[in-house]
Design a protein around this ligand. Structure first.
Ligand code: 5GP
Length: 181
């Protein structure tokens, strides 16, 4: 039995596949309404955790969308934030005067959200930038910051599934689970 087979037995259901998909149906039009219908949108998917959320979200958009990707790491193999952001790849095209949506999987301490929000304001000068996160762990916040839109508020639990990993596994699960401590 592999390590991930053992771990999945301890993963308890937190948010079902249907709850996630229903939430996306509800969120997508509200997010899109923030932008003029005849203007393009650039989504910035924060890898790796946001890959599934971002893919499912953009499928619901009616705007013309360009998908961009950046990669940041803060957890490594641990279940607690290292408070040490590693910007692995921040390569982006010119976003000057563009409509931008930063798509995150989860806001925990708020460090990544603050870093990204500042980066976009200082370096990219978009016309409008929205910060969207599927999950919001408000109770773990170390920096005062809130997303423009989020799907679910969760408690201070380590979660995996639907893009979020534990030791590299579980990103492919269609639901979100948590590990009982
Ligand atoms: P923050 O900078 O807000 O502390 O953390 C943001 C990043 O930490 C997220 O994008 C995500 O990659 C990771 N993270 C935070 N909480 C969790 C969690 O419960 N599970 C997993 N798998 N990753 C998390």
């Amino acid at each position: 039995m592999s390590d991930s087979d053992k771990d999945i037995k301890n993963l308890k259901l937190l948010i079902s596949e249907k709850e996630i998909q229903d939430k996306l149906d509800e969120m997508a039009p509200k997010i899109e309404e923030c932008f003029p219908p005849d203007e393009d949108i650039y989504t910035i998917c924060v890898l790796k955790g946001s890959v599934i959320f971002c893919s499912d979200l953009v499928k619901r958009f009616k705007h013309n969308v360009q998908m961009e990707f950046i990669r940041i790491s803060s957890y490594g193999n641990e279940t607690k934030s290292s408070n040490n952001l590693q910007a692995i790849d921040l390569t982006l095209p010119n976003l000057n005067n563009k409509n931008v949506i930063i798509v995150e999987d989860i806001i925990d301490t708020g460090l990544t959200a603050r870093f990204l929000t500042d980066l976009f304001k200082i370096k990219h000068h978009p016309k409008k930038v929205l910060f969207v996160s599927l999950l919001n762990k408000k109770c773990a916040r170390q920096i005062e910051i809130e997303p423009d839109f989020y799907g679910f508020e969760i408690g201070n639990k380590f979660v995996a599934g639907y893009g979020l990993d534990y030791k590299g596994y579980f990103r492919n699960l269609p639901y979100i689970g948590y590990f009982e401590s």
